[in-house]
Ligand binder design. Structure first.
Ligand code: GLN
Length: 486
């Protein structure tokens, strides 16, 4: 089988068996990235030279038997993660020439595990978006159909994995930015529990929601990467001090008796009919695997989108205040005075969606409206979290669609922010409650991939990965590749 068709787990076996070297693997994927870049625009930066140097070092470790499970494996990082000495733009003109002076913890951990970074993937500006169209560096295209969006904000990472330019990539999820592009590109996305993975060096959007995770071809690969990237980090005060299990250890555990709850509110009239069919078929697979299916209602869940669009902009308006042209970020030419410097630097550096969020956030935090919007949203957030807590006394895993529709056309929703926001209607709840969640490919609608979402209780990543892996043993949706890149 050609190298790009293999999963991380398979590639790792081949490296250890000396079927090919990390340098050969790296070279072949760098060639794929270069060939696909004009059509997909999945990367902002490709770090070919550094990658080959890292691959040489990895081959040396592989030769001496001093290798870990990920040694020599090429991956990409979303351009939201700081990478020492390498351009880190967060998809924005504001950071258009920013070379990070240090590695994010996620990057450092994956580097220490021996992975080889091939480059930085394109994304919506400051991770605000659901289609990758807000990137200063241009939209990413969906490998299944280049007139369609790949989803966002981690669309570059998702498209790169879907087109098998890399076997895995890091990503972040504040309101769905791992799971939604995973669904739209037909790959496996994992958003861990809030606090499981350090946010240090991950450029902040909405700090109480942001969480780093993975985009891969399989759940097994997600388990491999998560094991390497998780853990307590004294540099992130919200990272949680719990031991990191080997997430690959329990993948094969039988699902007999697993209580699976169908999210009633997610099978509503907003769900496109032809998306529902593959989902129902996926549920039947779980039935066959021994799971017990019941319907569960989370009555406050429909309030997720309005709640999120108060909380996330509020936090972003505060986080993005640092980009003022003085301390951080783009500086305008020849400012007249300090006010002019702030206004023009921020005016030029940020795109329209980021400005919209900063203005919304500043408004909901202002003295006259704080109680009416921000405080109220925090209360509703608690109600939503409470719904999940109650549900998890009855079931082990919640399932539903990841998105209401498959990938939409580029430009179809850019004129209407609210229509765009509604794309995240099924993903945001898990962020508001801090829960781990996954999206796995479960079929097609109109030739485009459909994602099944799994949500678990806090720190139940093992259970989710186990359930996803056994589904992937029974089906081959995760093995399907877009024709042009197979
Ligand atoms: N699409 C959502 C937004 O625009 C979520 C983004 C994210 O998860 N980073 O805010």
């Amino acid at each position: 089988m050609s190298l790009h068709r293999r999963t991380i787990a398979e590639l790792a076996r081949g490296l250890r068996a000396k079927e090919y070297s990390s340098v050969e693997l790296t070279q072949s994927l760098l060639a794929r990235i270069a060939a696909a870049q004009p059509a997909l625009n999945a990367f902002i930066t490709v770090t070919g030279e550094e990658a080959l140097a890292a691959a040489v070092a990895a081959d040396r470790r592989l030769a001496t038997g001093d290798a870990g499970p990920l040694t020599g494996l090429p991956i990409a990082h979303k351009d939201i993660f700081c990478t020492e000495g390498v351009l880190t733009t967060c998809g924005s003109r504001m950071l258009g020439n920013f070379r990070a002076p240090y590695d994010a913890t996620v990057v450092a951990k994956l580097r220490a595990a021996g992975t080889v970074m091939l480059g930085k993937t394109n994304m919506d500006e400051f991770a605000m978006g659901s289609s990758n169209e807000t990137s200063f560096f241009g939209a990413v295209k969906n490998p299944w159909n280049p007139r369609r969006v790949p989803g966002g904000s981690s669309g570059g990472s998702a498209a790169a994995v879907a087109a098998r330019l890399v076997p895995g990539a890091s990503a972040t999820d504040t309101g769905g930015s791992i799971r939604q592009p995973a669904a739209l590109c037909g790959v496996t996305g994992l958003k861990p529990t809030y606090g499981r993975v350090s946010r240090y060096g991950m450029i902040a959007f909405a700090s109480s929601l942001d969480q780093a995770g993975t985009l891969t071809a399989s759940a097994e690969d997600a388990a491999l990467l998560l094991t390497a990237m998780s853990g307590f980090d004294p540099l992130d005060s919200t990272s949680v001090d719990l031991p990191v299990p080997d997430y690959t250890a329990v993948l094969e555990r039988p699902l007999t008796g697993l209580r699976v709850g169908l999210l009633k509110e997610f099978f509503d009239k907003g769900l496109q009919r032809d998306v529902e069919e593959p989902l129902r078929a996926a549920l039947a697979v779980y039935g066959k695997l021994g799971a017990r299916l019941t319907e569960v209602s989370l009555p406050n869940l429909p309030l997720s989108v309005p709640t999120y669009y108060v909380v996330a902009p509020a936090e972003c308006s505060s986080n993005l205040a640092r980009f003022d042209g003085v301390r951080f970020g783009h500086r305008c030419e020849d400012p007249r005075d300090l006010t002019d410097l702030y206004e023009r630097s921020r005016g030029e550096g940020f795109g329209a969606e980021v400005k919209r969020r900063i203005m919304t956030g500043t408004y909901v935090l202002s003295a006259g409206y704080y109680d009416a919007y921000y405080l109220k949203a925090q209360r509703v957030r608690q109600l939503i979290a409470g719904d999940f807590t109650r549900a998890f006394t009855q079931v082990d895993v919640l399932v539903g669609p990841t998105t209401p529709t498959p990938a939409f056309e580029l430009g179809a929703k850019t004129a209407d922010p609210v229509t765009m926001y509604l794309n995240d209607i099924y993903t945001i709840g898990a962020n508001l409650a801090g829960l781990p969640a996954m999206s796995i490919p479960c079929g097609f609608a109109d030739g485009l991939p459909v994602g099944l979402q799994l949500i678990g209780p806090h720190f139940a990543e093992e259970r989710l990965l186990n359930a996803a892996h056994l589904y992937q043993r029974e089906t081959d949706w995760h093995r399907r590749m877009p024709g042009a890149y197979a």
